[in-house]
Design a protein around this ligand. Structure first.
Ligand SMILES: NC(=O)c1ccc[n+]([C@@H]2O[C@H](COP(=O)([O-])OP(=O)(O)OC[C@H]3O[C@@H](n4cnc5c(N)ncnc54)[C@H](OP(=O)(O)O)[C@@H]3O)[C@@H](O)[C@H]2O)c1
Length: 327
């Protein structure tokens, strides 16, 4: 077994690499010349590295002969313009899947990391099921859905598309501001804190990816990846406060404030030419009533791979931020 992993130096990808290397799997990484490898430096002597870009997957051709499994985790969560999201997520996937098809005689399986945002929003009483009609609410979600379509329509190898809920854990920068606010003893809660959320702890997601490589299945599947626990955004903020050892005060904010922040961030990002997650259209996704995933299929196909309780995962994340000097 030899696994090609894209996006290995990123937040999610680095946890996947940790999990693969725990079993001593042979791994080839696609890294860009500019990729920051600080999270994976301990693995670099034990893996093969190809320097290239998803925009030019031909760089991988020389190593493809021995590859038996592909994990496509690389993707853009932010870009200066919406086209940048489609270029990385849809077009990057297209090039990779073409390459996989050229080697379909020896590649047994593809695991593609998508997102819950590619499907539809869901609430606890009606969680998003993989077979529901997709209704992405942001350009990011649309670009991830477009990538899924590429895999579903064109991939000639058995494949599993994993749709993670919001991922948190060591090395993550998106939840960091929430932890930083909690550490100061207060935290903003938008829209009354009633938004309902599924989440997944990064090492659990890596375990799900590992199971998707090794468990028996055939054909093509879309599978939500999240813990079974569902929380409101208010509960999440309070749990983060507990992990930080503070009885945080909630700072209620109207959704209009988030909309304003998204607008300002988007304008500022263009000005300084630094991509931001908080783009204009992201507001619709962020303010949806819920992002709750139905995890029945995950458990039936891959087992109990996301068992970490939110309180434990947040506590481990907090510890990591402290030890790494991020907080
Ligand atoms: N974080 C979440 O909450 C979450 C939730 C659901 C799904 N996901 C999905 O999980 C995946 C990883 O996300 P993340 O949060 O780990 O983001 P991240 O830390 O920004 O990692 C993204 C990775 O993709 C690579 N990449 C981007 N564009 C590339 C290109 N054109 N060619 C080659 N590599 C490229 C990046 O390489 P460089 O370092 O060189 O830029 C990096 O390794 C994405 O597909 C994302 O959609 C994430």
């Amino acid at each position: 077994m030899k696994v090609l992993l894209t996006g290995a130096n990123g937040f999610v990808g680095s946890h996947i690499l940790d999990r693969l290397r725990q079993d001593g799997m042979a791994v080839v990484l696609l890294l860009r010349p500019s990729s920051d490898t600080r999270f994976i430096v301990s693995h670099l002597d034990a893996v093969e590295v190809v320097r290239g870009d998803l925009a030019n997957p031909g760089a991988l051709a020389p190593v493809m002969a021995g590859v038996t499994h592909v994990i496509h985790c690389a993707g853009a969560t932010k870009a200066l313009h919406e086209e940048g999201l489609f270029a990385a997520n849809r077009d990057g996937t297209t090039g990779l899947i073409h390459l996989v098809n050229e080697h379909a005689d020896h590649i047994e399986r593809v695991v593609h990391i998508s997102s819950l945002a590619a499907g539809r929003s869901g609430r606890a009483e009606q969680p998003a099921h993989e077979d529901d009609s997709p209704e992405p609410l942001s350009a990011y979600g649309e670009s991830k859905r477009a990538a899924e379509e590429v895999v579903c329509r064109h991939c000639r190898v058995d494949h599993m598309i994993l749709r993670p809920a919001a991922v948190y854990g060591p090395r993550d920068r998106e939840f960091l501001p929430l932890f930083a606010a909690a550490a100061k003893g207060w935290a903003p809660v938008f829209g009354g804190g009633r938004q309902e959320l599924s989440l997944v702890f990064a090492p659990d997601l890596a375990a799900a990816v590992h199971a998707a490589l090794t468990r028996s299945f055939s054909g093509g599947w879309i599978v939500n990846a999240a813990a079974a626990e569902v929380v409101t955004s208010r509960q999440l903020v309070l749990e983060v406060g507990k992990a930080a050892g503070r009885r945080g005060r909630l700072l209620p904010m109207p959704w209009a404030a988030l909309r304003l922040v998204c607008g300002i961030q988007a304008g500022w990002a263009r000005l300084v030419r630094r991509p931001t997650v908080l783009a204009h259209r992201k507001y619709r996704e962020l303010s949806a009533p819920g992002w709750v995933a139905d995890t029945t299929r995950l458990r039936s196909l891959l087992g109990d791979v996301c068992p970490t309780r939110l309180a434990d995962g947040l506590e481990r994340t907090w510890q990591w931020y402290r030890e790494a000097g991020w907080l």
